[in-house]
Design a binder for this molecule. Structure first.
Ligand code: TA6
Length: 299
């Protein structure tokens, strides 16, 4: 359980960063500056929303999001780690790994000279993490918030053997109307189609949405752009240390079955996730680290 008074004393930044609770006593970092407003849940170190000043929200949070201990929050930037999707052999462990549903610690907070706020979170190895993932691989997440949003996830391997991970920053973006959105940057990329039994296909042109889309694009490091004709803006997604891009919209029926996506929520969001999955698993040698970095901005 996080102590809000202690968090404010140690990491609060006058009028720019404070800590409070939401839902069932879930601790949140609340950022409000001349550049942006944003919140980050300490459970999962999950960015919950991010809105540059004068813009519509860029990171989408469901109206029906629940803030419950041990449950992933619907929206924001869930950290899927140390595996993406279902575990390859175990059925008793959570989809997308445990990092998004356990409490993280705050390591530092800083007001940068350019006006951004930088927060660093860590997830140490503990008996609870080792029950799900029997490796000593502490995680750090660096988050910089301003007119851009930058996240860097660092996995260190303190074990004496190599470890293999998959991962994604499962980012939910806000859009005017999903039917009038195109994702640029994946033309000619190969993908595994999760709504067609993981059949391998090739993307032709931009990704558009007329029904459920759930695809893992592999071997692609390219920048993606969400072109939103209704809100007349483009969201740029740059990445490093990532060879997979996941594009997801559950559409009507799946959204209704989920229960926390909000009425017509599927129309207002899509996920474009930067990570490493399926063909692109990452092997980290003992004593080494792996960095996954994304930068988002709008034009
Ligand atoms: O990234 C796409 C995906 O893996 C989908 O298959 C879909 O189930 C989604 O993530 C949401 O997963 P969650 O466990 O957060 O409900």
């Amino acid at each position: 359980m996080h102590d809000i008074n202690e968090l404010n004393t140690r990491f609060g930044l006058a009028e720019k960063l404070s800590f409070s609770t939401i839902g069932e006593n879930m601790a949140m970092a609340v950022v409000s500056t001349e550049q942006c407003s944003a919140r980050i849940a300490l459970q999962g170190a999950q960015v919950v929303d991010w809105t540059p000043v004068g813009a519509k929200p860029v990171i989408w949070l469901s109206r029906d999001a629940k803030f419950l201990p041990g449950k992933s929050i619907r929206g924001g930037v869930p950290v899927c780690w140390p595996w993406f999707g279902a575990h390859e052999s175990r059925k008793d462990v959570p989809a997308h790994g445990h990092a998004r549903t356990v409490p993280w610690d705050v390591l530092s907070s800083k007001s940068l000279e350019d006006g951004r706020i930088k927060l660093t979170f860590c997830l140490q190895t503990s008996p609870a993490t080792q029950a799900l993932w029997p490796h000593d691989t502490p995680l750090e997440l660096h988050i910089s918030l301003g007119t851009t949003l930058e996240l860097e996830l660092i996995t260190r391997n303190n074990d004496s053997e190599p470890v293999i991970i998959s991962e994604a920053l499962h980012t939910y973006f806000a859009v005017g109307d999903i039917r009038q959105v195109g994702v640029i940057g994946l033309d000619s990329s190969s993908y595994l189609d999760k709504v067609d039994e993981f059949t391998r296909k090739t993307q032709r042109g931009n990704v558009t949405f007329t029904g459920e889309v759930d695809r893992v694009y592999v071997n692609t490091e390219s920048e993606c752009i969400i072109n939103d004709s209704v809100w007349q803006r483009r969201i740029h997604i740059k990445k490093e240390g990532s060879r997979s891009t996941v594009v997801w919209n559950p559409w009507i029926d799946k959204a209704a079955a989920m229960g926390d996506l909000g009425e017509a929520g599927y129309m207002a969001m899509l996920c474009v996730e930067s990570g490493n999955a399926l063909d692109n698993l990452v092997t980290i040698e003992p004593g080494e680290e792996h960095r996954l970095r994304v930068i988002y901005n709008i034009e």
